[in-house]
Design a protein around this ligand. Structure first.
Ligand code: HEM
Ligand code: HEM
Length: 214
């Protein structure tokens, strides 16, 4: 019978980042869709109710939560524990490149070999970094739309997007990453939870993973 040992893996700060990020995205996507195409009768706006104003207000509260989460993750990429640092999740060492290929083979049902490591597998880690850059893009385009006349946001916004309309269009476009990524992400987390020994899903709540005893 296989025996397992517990390993502490994710700090409280990383878990806080994860749930701030995941929950704020739910609010951002719903209110973002509303801002893009209001589904209520906007004739009531300003008379008895202010649905657009409320939706935008919720969007901005969620946006600040989202931006704080991203700042936490940026900090952890450099000052987090061994699993949280940026060089542990990228295909930049022999061990990590190996893990990337083994994960690809495992996910495509070509091999059964589960390359045990404590942190993210490299395929997951790379997709998280892409998500991190997509998040920076949402923050930049979002704050540029929110504060178009503030020198800081205007400087960056005009340099990167050229105009408000381009910022808005690309802000909308990149939103789709935040709809597609979680679907694949949650599917793969559940798949790993069933197939692997780690107890992956509970690890994002408790910080603890399980490994086979050597
Ligand atoms: C994953 C994160 C986010 C998602 C999915 C998201 C989604 C959206 C969507 C779909 C729109 C409507 C765009 C359109 O008119 O077609 C929008 C508008 C907007 N978002 Fe975001 N957003 C996110 C993050 C942010 C952040 C971090 C900010 C920063 C303040 C922000 C500020 C804004 C602003 C100012 C608008 C324009 C509101 C208006 O035109 O009245 N968003 N967002
Ligand atoms: C029910 C919902 C969710 C569950 C159960 C869940 C579960 C998990 C688990 C178990 C991990 C660690 C996986 C590993 O070791 O590779 C993780 C990481 C991550 N999840 Fe989720 N997740 C959920 C929703 C989301 C959503 C909506 C997003 C946002 C798009 C998201 C973004 C991330 C990111 C960026 C990481 C990497 C954390 C890091 O930077 O180290 N998750 N999630």
């Amino acid at each position: 019978m296989a025996t397992y040992e517990k390993h502490y893996c994710w700090s409280i700060l990383l878990r806080l980042f994860h749930w701030m990020f995941a929950l704020s995205i739910v609010f951002l996507v719903v209110t973002g869709f509303y801002i893009a195409g209001p589904w209520t009768n906007t004739m009531v706006e300003g008379s008895a109710a202010w649905p657009m104003a409320y939706m935008r207000y919720i969007h901005y509260i969620a946006a600040y939560t989202f931006s704080s989460a991203v700042a936490i993750r940026l900090f952890l990429y450099f000052f987090g524990n061994a699993q949280e640092r940026i060089w542990d999740i990228l295909p930049i060492s022999k061990r990590n490149i190996n893990n990337l290929f083994k994960t690809l083979l495992l996910y495509s049902y070509v091999s059964d070999e589960h390359d045990e490591r404590l942190g993210h597998n490299i395929m997951a880690g790379t997709s998280y970094l892409i998500t991190f850059f997509a998040a920076l893009f949402m923050i930049l385009s979002g704050f540029f739309m929110l504060y178009p006349e503030a020198a800081f946001w205007q400087g960056w916004g005009v340099t990167v997007f050229g105009s408000q309309q381009w910022a808005r269009f690309t802000h909308h476009l990149i939103m789709w990453w935040f709809l597609i990524f979680p679907v694949i992400h949650i599917y793969l987390c559940v798949w790993n939870d069933i197939k692997g020994p780690e107890g992956l899903i509970s690890s994002i709540f408790t910080g603890v993973k399980f490994k086979h005893k050597a």
